[in-house]
Structure formats: structure tokens, C-alpha cells
Design a protein around this ligand. Sequence first.
Ligand code: PLP
Ligand code: COI
Length: 358
Amino acid sequence: MKIAIENLNENELKPIYSDASQLGFGRIFTDRMFTMRYNTTGWADAKIEKYKNFSFDPSACVFHYSQEIFEGMKAYASEDGRILLFRPEQNVRRMNRSADRLVMPPIPEEDMLQAIEELVVAEKRWIPKAPGTSIYIRPTMVATEPFLGVHPSSEYLFFIILSPVGAYYKGGFQPIKLYVEDTFVRAAVGGVGDIKTGGNYAASLMAGYEAQRKGFSQVLWLDARERKYVEEVGAMNMFFVFGDKIVTPPLTGSILPGITRASVLELANHLGLKTEERAITIEEVIDGISSGDITEAFGSGTAAVISPVGSLYFKEKDYSLNNVQVGEVTQRLYDTLVNIQYGKAEDPFGWVKEIGRL
Ligand code: PLP
Ligand code: COI
């Protein structure tokens, strides 16, 4: 694919963040973005251009019926100056799965990868180097055709924006408090909970907002049918540690098949831990925490990396894990994963892709 690259003048460049160790999540964006348009003749007009507002017809389909999908991935700077992506082909594949579910056009995998790589390399001055920082990559597709009937759009915009980021949660790598939501649900089997579409996050806002007002970081969702089985957290998949075994809910269609989740399962096996993907009830979790069978819990996600869970609040009671300290298994998985992502440790799985140098 031919990508036109717009060069910006010195005076058009934004001032870069002054302290990479103070970066939060997703507030700062780089100078340029990737865009490409789709109409009945296919994808065209691929370019890396100045980051700026879009102009859409007020009746554009995305505004009314949420025909929108996105991905979340990161580029990391290694200490020896390499720019690394982590399993990018998995994000590209998932993006196309999301597209398929919402009747949106696929993008050839090699084109999407090329767009991501060229943009990150073009914007490399923005890649932060402080420990735990990275550049967050947000590929997005929206339906742009102007109409009000309910049917798939015939025109789309695909764009990629970049944001230098630090820790997703305010406290950094610290145990978080989760609120077990037993009223609202995020997604039901047969719906769109297993793809990355904005509507899933819209559906989660009310519960998340209430939980945050009460001092919790995020919501732990239960299944839509019975409010009995643990599903996932707002932006993470969920793991429970039973001694030397880690257990995570199976991919039954209502939770996101996380790339970090899949990586944690492989890593855990590699490190000699046992793994199990099975339905786990909230009752079993509460009993397990109370009896000490569950020794740790953590979430996994691109933005959140591996986040230790310090406590669960369920039906007016707080259940704390491992004295609200980071557990041994969580720490070990975090260190191993992060060291692979930053090119510090051997990568026995071939997960890391070098796309250029700083
Ligand atoms: N679950 C939800 C709802 C998410 O938004 C995310 C973040 O992408 C995840 C799980 C974790 O997925 P991944 O590890 O692919 O980032
Ligand atoms: C991610 O981890 O990439 C996410 O998408 C989480 C989120 C900010 C929605």
C-alpha cells in the first residue's frame, strides 16, 4: 500500500510532554495520524497527515447507530533504542473480526500493519522512554455515510491516533479496588461483548461512574443471564490465583478475547504454573478469598498491563486479597511480560516485533 506522508513545518509541531514519568493515559496526542477512506470502490487515500478535527455530516451513521470499532495496542522503546510492537498481528486480526461482526469492510492485514508501523516510526520522537511508559496506538473505524435508516454504511473512515502514556490507573502498579456489579450488565452472549466496539463501553459508563464515585477503580462484571459468573473488568480480563494455578473465565462470547489474557496463559504455562479456563462463580470467588484458597487476583489488558486486585466489594462487603499487597504470582507474571514487551528479556514466543530505531 502506498502511504502519502505529510511533512510538518517546525512551527506546526506540538511541544512534547515535559516529564514522561507524569504521563497519564490518553490525554496527549502526537502531531500526525493515519487516515484512509472506504467507499464502494474499496479502501483508498492512505495517508499520514496532521492530527486535526474531522468533518462529518450530522447524519453520519456512526453518530446515530454506533457503527464503530477500535483496537488498543502499544509501541515500546527498548533500552538499546529499538521500537517494539507486541503481537501486533493479533490486534489486526481482532480488528477485522470486529469489522465482520458489525458488517464493516475488512482491511488487508498487511496494510493495517504497515499503517501502524509507518505511523509509529514517523512519530517516534513522541515515544516516551521512562520506565512503564509507551505509546498507545488506537486504530479506529467509523461509518461515515450520511443517512438515518438502520443499515450498514457504505462509506467508512479508518484512522490511527497515537498517545504517549504512562500507567492506566492513577496509582500505577498498585492493587486496585473493584466493585462487583450485580445490577447492570455489560454484554450478553450473542451480542457484541466479544468485539471492540464503542457501544460496549457506552453500556458500561453508568456502573463505572457509580463505582468510581464510591472510590473503586473499575467494575467487575457478572454474566448477563444470572449475575452468577464472573466475566471481566471494564478494560481488563480477570484472573484468580489458587496457589500455583491461575484461573480465568472462558471465552464464551460475552467477554473480550484479550491478547494480554492469551499471553498470560502462555507465559504462566511457560513459568510452570497451572492454568485453567473455566466458568467461575462470584460465590466461589468470595468463598475462595474468605477461605484463603484464592491467594491473589489480577486483571490483564494492553492499557492496564497486569493490574493487581487488592479487594472486591460485593453486596455491601469488602473482601481483601493478599493484605492488599502485590502478590508473588502477579508480580512474577508482570515482570516477565513487561520485560518481554520492552525487549529486556528473551522472547521465547516470538511476540515482539522490531519496527525501527529511535
Ligand atoms: N476487556 C476489555 C473490555 C477491554 O477493553 C480490554 C482492553 O483492550 C481487555 C479486556 C484486554 O484486552 P487486550 O489484552 O487485548 O488489551
Ligand atoms: C486497551 O487496553 O487497549 C483498552 O482498550 C482499554 C480501554 C482504554 C478501553
